[in-house]
Write a protein that binds this ligand. Sequence first.
Ligand SMILES: C[S@@+](CC[C@H](N)C(=O)[O-])C[C@H]1O[C@@H](n2cnc3c(N)ncnc32)[C@H](O)[C@@H]1O
Length: 337
Amino acid sequence: MDPAALQQENAALRRMWEQHPAEHLDTYLVAGIEDPRLNIQSILTRALLADSLFPGRFEALINEELRFGVVLTWLHEQLAADANRDALRDAICYEKAAHLPAVITDAARWLETDACPLVHYLELALDPPPESAPDQLMPERALNVFAEVWQRELAGLTAPRLAVLEVACGSANDYRAIHACGLAPFLDYTGLDISAKNIANALARFPGVAFRAGSILDSGLPAGAFDVVCAHDLLEHLSAAGGATALAEMVRLARREVWLHLFNTKPDGAHEIVPRESYHWNLHSRTALLADGRALGCAADLIELAPLLQHKFAFAGHPNPRAATLLLKKSAPRSAL
Ligand SMILES: C[S@@+](CC[C@H](N)C(=O)[O-])C[C@H]1O[C@@H](n2cnc3c(N)ncnc32)[C@H](O)[C@@H]1O
C-alpha cells in the first residue's frame, strides 16, 4: 500500500473511532445481541481457541454453547420487541403456544431432562432483570452460564500456550468473555486496536494483559509472532487497499492460522467497497475472500453462519444472515514471509 495513503487511512480510522466517548466504546459492542457471551461469532472464536488447545475434546460442549447463543439471541430479540415475559415462559417452558422455532422447544425439553448437566438457562433468562439494571433484558447469571461451565471444564487441564493476536480488539470486547470462561491462562494474548481510548479501556479492565494501540496496516510486529491472528468486524471498515494490506499483514504475523469474522458478506462477485464518512461500510464477497486467502498462500475455508445454524439446529432465524467467518491455514512457513 502506498505509504502516504496508508498514513491517511490510519489517521481517518483513528479519527472515526476516537470520536466516540470512552464509555460508549466500552459498552456499545458488548450489549444486547452483540454481547460476546451470546454472539455466535464470538462463541466461534472461543470454540476455535479451545479446539486449538485441546483438539476434538470439547466438540459437544461447543455445540451446546452455539445452541445457547442461538436460543438466547432469539429470546433477546423477543424481549427487545416487548414480548411478554410470562407469556414467553408459558410458551417455552410449558409448551403453551404453537410456532416456536424447534431449536427453542428442543432446548427447553433438553434442559428439563435429568441427563442435562446444564442449569435451565432459559428459565434463568426469563427471570425479570434486577432493579439495579432494569434495561438489561436478561439477568447476568443467565448470560454467564457457559463461562461457568468452561471454567469447570478447563480447570486443571494443561496445554502448550497459544500465542494469539486479536486485531481490532476494541475495549477488550471479546477478551472479557475469553477471560471469564477460563481460556486466558492458556494464551499469550495480545490485543491491538487503532483507538487509544479502546486500549485504555481494555487496560483498565485487564492491567497485566498486552493490549497495545496500533494499526494492522503497519503493526511493526515481527512475522510469525503468533500462532493465531483473529479479528471481528474489521475488514468491513477498511478501503480496498487497506483491506488487502490488513489481510496480508494478518497472514504475515500468523504462524498457523488466521480467523476473520465479517458481519457483512455476499455470496460472490467482487467486494463492494463503500466509503462512508471517513471510513467504509463494505460488503465482502465470500468467493473473493477465499481467493484472497489462497492468493496469500493459505488453505482457505469459510463458515457461513446462517447455513451453519440451519444445519446444526434447523434454525433459520439468525439475526445476521450475511455473517461469515474466513479461516486461513498456513500450510507451511513461507520463506517470503
Ligand atoms: C466494529 S469495531 C469491532 C470491535 C470488536 N472487534 C468487536 O467485534 O466488538 C472495529 C474496531 O476496529 C478498530 N480498528 C479500525 N481500524 C483498525 C486498524 N487499522 N487497526 C487496528 N484496529 C482497527 C476500531 O478501533 C474498532 O475498535
